[in-house]
Write a protein that binds this ligand. Sequence first.
Ligand SMILES: [Zn+2]
Ligand SMILES: [Zn+2]
Ligand SMILES: [Zn+2]
Length: 167
Amino acid sequence: MAFPTARHDHSACIQAALDAAEQECRRRGARLTDTRRIVLELVWESHRPVGAYALLESLGKLGRSAAPPTVYRALDFLLAHGLIHRVASRNGFIGCPHPGHAHGGQILLCTQCGMAAELDDPALDQEIVNSAARLGFSVNRQTIEVEGLCPVCRAQRNSEEEQNYVA
Ligand SMILES: [Zn+2]
Ligand SMILES: [Zn+2]
Ligand SMILES: [Zn+2]
C-alpha cells in the first residue's frame, strides 16, 4: 500500500473500507447500524484524523443531528471492532484499511499536510510484545504514532530547497 496522495481515487478507499467493515461485522456477529456506518463513512471522508466534534458537525450537515453520546457510542463500537484507530496526538480517529486481525496500528502522520497512513507490520507488533515481555509487561493494545513528511510534502520541500539554492 502506498502513502495516499492528494490525487487518488478516494471513493475506492471508502468503498473498500465499508466492504471490509461489513465483512468484519458479519464475521463477529456485530451489527453495523445506520449510525455506525455513517460515522465510519465520515471518518473515511479523508485520510486525515478527524475528531469527535467535527464528526458531530458533519452529521448535523447531513441533517442527522445526533447527540454527542450517540457519536461517542458509535466511535466506541468502531474502535472495539478494529474498524478505526484512535490517533491520540491529533485527538482524532482514522479508518483502518485492513480490519480483521488484531493490531494496534502503526500510524504515519505527515506534519505538513496532516495525511495519515498505516503501516501494517505484524513483525513490529510482535517485537514490542516481546520487548515488553522481557520487562514482565503484557501488552493489551498498542498504537504507534510516527510523525514525518509524506512523499508529496517531501517532494515539495525538495523543490523549494532547490529554488532557494538557485536564488
Ligand atoms: Zn483514499
Ligand atoms: Zn489498522
Ligand atoms: Zn504531507
